[in-house]
Write a protein that binds this ligand. Structure first.
Ligand code: 5AD
Length: 364
């Protein structure tokens, strides 16, 4: 296996991703955990997730709320309900809320700007937006209104695969271009990928991880792909893409997700990296704890009111789907303290802004 001793170059990243020797993997976990401790410390930051609308104009072939998924009842939260959830996050001691939705033009630029302003004036929480591909005008407006961060996963660096699973979406470079321009606007930027989408090869996943480093992103979300029945990727398109990638298909399992999280930590030592809900869904017992011990330093407890949460099923069986916000946040806080970690207080801004990127730890 070509594991470059002086860098995490592509061959080395690919070799790590396919490593199966438990002793070797222990070294990876240790290096990632040390890099996490040395660069972002022992705090785990809690970001309260509020899923504000499940309307979406897009047809992403994997997603349970897209146009090509079986229809679900649609909702869009009003400002009052959003404020109640934001206040709850504040009461729980969280420093950040994440407002997430499908790509919903009904959440207009001016309406969202007002919502951001209103939350800021009442809570002073850091605000992360995750609202899909939006115009420069909207993004500027929201930044001026006080939004601090924006999450937009590029999903895959393989342009052809991106095109196949995002019909009528334009080019993959749209999302990368949006990330670039949001950085210039002063947002902290976050991106990410799913592990094991049909058609994803070891080669393209290694490229994805290297792209995180190239973009020097502030936040990286990595979770396993979870099949949604009735979507094109669960059907013929998925089978076709898997057969094209032959033996090179990346599995959508927790082990590969954890390897990708560990490598993301080594490649981007200062990034904020969540132990994602998708990881906790695929491994309900230990997914979140293992993520936190292998590179992650963020958890995003769900604060969406239960009546809406059940309608925001981007994938099935989401962890914590029927738990109230206080129960799931208590449970998560218990997990964090039992690992000997502390709960971060305050906004938990990107450490990348304080220190330049360093060379990742070598693999021999
Ligand atoms: N399985 C796992 N993750 C998914 N996402 C969307 N659909 C799925 C799925 N079926 C992820 C995408 C998106 C994020 C909000 O959720 O990466 O960017």
């Amino acid at each position: 296996m070509a594991k470059d001793p002086d860098s995490l170059a592509k061959d080395s990243v690919k070799a790590w991703l396919q490593e199966s020797d438990p002793r070797e993997l222990d070294r990876l976990w240790q290096q990632a955990n040390e890099a996490r401790r040395n660069n972002v410390g022992n705090e785990v930051w809690l970001r309260g997730l509020i899923e504000i609308s499940n309307h979406c104009v897009r047809s992403c072939a994997y997603c349970g709320i897209s146009q090509c998924a079986p229809a679900t009842k649609k909702y869009r939260m009003g400002l009052k309900a959003i404020l109640v959830a934001a206040k709850q996050a504040l009461d729980f001691g969280f420093g950040t809320i994440v407002l997430q939705a499908g790509e919903d033009p009904g959440l207009t630029g001016p309406w969202m700007a007002e919502a951001v302003e209103s939350i800021k004036s009442k809570t002073n929480l850091a605000i992360t937006l995750s609202l899909g591909e939006r115009s420069e005008t909207d993004l500027k407006l929201w930044r001026q209104a006080g939004a601090d961060r924006y999450l937009l996963r590029f999903e895959t660096s393989d342009i052809e695969l991106y095109r196949q699973i995002h019909p009528n979406l334009g080019r993959q470079s749209d999302r990368l271009a949006q990330l670039d321009s949001m950085r210039l606007m002063g947002y902290e930027i976050g991106t990410g990928v799913m592990i094991g989408i049909p058609g994803q090869t070891w080669d393209s996943l290694a490229d994805d991880l290297l792209l995180f480093r190239q973009f020097d992103v502030d936040m990286i979300g990595i979770g396993p792909y979870l099949e949604v029945s009735g979507t094109p990727l669960a059907g013929e398109l998925g089978s076709r893409l898997k057969s094209v990638s032959g033996g090179g298909q990346v599995p959508n399992d927790d082990l590969t997700t954890l390897k990708a999280i560990a490598l993301a930590r080594l490649l981007c030592p200062f990034a904020n990296i969540p132990a994602t809900t998708a990881l906790a869904t695929i491994n309900p017992n230990d997914g979140r704890s293992l993520g936190l011990q292998r590179g992650a330093n963020v958890v995003m407890p769900n604060m969406t009111p239960l009546e809406y949460r059940v309608l925001y099923q981007i994938y099935p069986g989401k962890a914590g789907l029927h738990e109230t916000a206080d129960i799931s946040s208590k449970k998560i806080e218990g997990q964090i303290t039992s690992l000997g970690r502390t709960i971060g207080r305050g906004p938990g801004a990107s450490r990348r802004l304080l220190a330049p990127i360093q060379n990742p730890i070598a693999k021999s």
